[in-house]
Design a protein around this ligand. Structure first.
Ligand code: HEM
Length: 395
């Protein structure tokens, strides 16, 4: 692994081939906001303070053309203005209020109970097995089932949703085809359009029925809007939670003293969850498009420019985190930006945290030592950070 002075942030393999942390340290120090050449090029924002300010400045920085670099470079997000994450005010506020109503404490409480029950069952099963792949045998089964519980998706459909979603977002394969990824995304939206149509005519008390029959801004959502906003939960909630669970196990396996601290209660479960989120930074960046000229740091950004906000750098900014490359489950305060910030702050943060808490709690109860017993397979992506497999044994 080399420590480069220049990285091509558009390539999926960049983050597998290089030590990006050394790169970001250098960027934060010498050129915290810089222009990345390309066709089109884009701004790169690396410091915590600047990333935070950009997340907050929704007047100058729009989400509606897309929020992921790849999507913006290939012409923008066709769901813009319809799907929560890629919508600006005032529509964003209307959609977000509707979604937040659907995330009622009663619904979340029931889903969390199922997460705790499912996670401890999975951990008990694999612990008896000796060596296994934590990604395939545990991590893969938690987030998608959580979102499907939230949306009342039938068990029989869950496997294919997971497969499509893996294709739509990232890949374990360096040569992944962009067309496959678009096709998978269309499959998911088509699936939810069908479900939404049925539930609109025959509603139950699940989240899709609620979104399909509620009004936002004085009118019901179109079927496509319902489908896109269900998809946004799958998109937002599956892979990010999955890679953070994998990262949690890998981090504690590589830091046995910290694992003992957690088991003995020297480090609290809640601070450990936050440190795992910082350490994992599942979404390496989010992106915006400038709607007017603005200054970011000491650089002048023009209307129409793409601006990328690198959470992975912000979460390791020495100005905010003491010894950032130290994995410290007792770290407090921990102002990581893994869930973003401001008006688009992750609506699933409660569930993301609940999933990690359930995992750590189940592990603390039954696992004395975590051993990584093979080479983990990396994910090839410039968006999603982490591993696609993790061979381990729990002792
Ligand atoms: C937004 C990360 C879990 C659904 C976001 C954003 C981040 C993020 C960084 C802000 C995007 C932006 O500013 O453009 C994560 C991480 C998770 C996680 C790291 C797990 C560890 C979830 C879950 C769900 C979810 C479980 C659904 C149940 C969403 C949605 C948005 C969002 C719908 C868009 C919110 C908006 O634009 O108002 N997430 N997320 N996320 N997340 Fe999550």
């Amino acid at each position: 692994m080399t420590t480069p002075t220049e990285l091509d942030l558009t390539r999926a393999s960049t983050f597998v081939e290089h030590d990006a942390h050394a790169f970001w340290r250098d960027v934060r120090k010498h050129r915290p906001v810089y222009w990345h050449d390309g066709d089109p090029g884009f701004w790169v924002v690396a410091r915590h303070a600047d990333v935070l300010a950009c997340y907050t400045d929704v007047r100058s920085l729009s989400s509606a053309r897309g929020t992921v670099l790849d999507v913006l470079l290939s012409g923008g997000d066709s769901a813009g203005g319809q799907m929560l994450a890629v919508t600006d005010r005032p529509r964003h506020r209307e959609l977000r209020n509707l979604m937040l109503r659907a995330f009622s404490p009663r619904v979340l409480g029931t889903v969390e109970e199922k997460v705790v029950e499912r996670t401890s069952r999975l951990i008990r099963t694999v612990t008896r097995r000796g060596r296994f792949d934590f990604a395939a045998d545990v991590a893969e089964h938690i987030p998608m089932n959580t979102i499907c519980d939230l949306l009342s998706v039938p068990e029989a459909d869950r496997e294919k949703l997971l497969r499509w979603n893996k294709l739509a977002l990232s890949s374990d394969d360096a040569e992944a085809d962009r067309l496959d990824s678009l096709e998978a995304r269309n499959e998911i939206i088509g699936y939810f359009m069908d479900v939404a149509r049925h539930r609109r005519s025959d509603p139950g008390d699940d989240m899709i029925s609620m979104i399909a029959t509620a009004e936002a801004g004085g009118r019901p959502l179109t079927l496509e809007e319902v489908a896109l906003n269900c998809y946004s939960l799958v998109l937002g909630g599956d892979e990010s939670s999955r890679v953070s669970a994998i990262c949690a196990v890998k981090a504690f396996a590589e830091h046995p003293a910290q694992w003992q601290a957690l088991r003995e209660g020297t480090a609290a479960l809640d601070t450990a969850v936050e440190e795992v989120l910082r350490w994992a930074t599942p979404a390496m960046h989010f992106a915006r498009t400038a709607t007017r000229d603005l200054r970011i740091g000491d650089r002048q950004v023009r209307a129409g420019d793409i601006v990328t906000l690198w959470n992975t750098s912000a979460n390791n900014d020495e100005e905010v985190f003491d010894r950032p490359r130290r994995f410290d489950p007792a770290r407090s305060p921990n102002k990581h930006l893994s869930f973003g910030h401001g008006p688009h702050f992750c609506v699933g943060a409660f569930l993301g945290r609940a999933e990690l808490r359930a995992l750590l709690s189940a592990l603390v109860e039954s696992v004395a030592e975590i051993e990584v017993c093979g080479e983990p397979a990396p994910i090839y992506s410039n968006f999603l950070n982490g591993h696609a497999s993790l061979p381990v044994a729990f002792h």
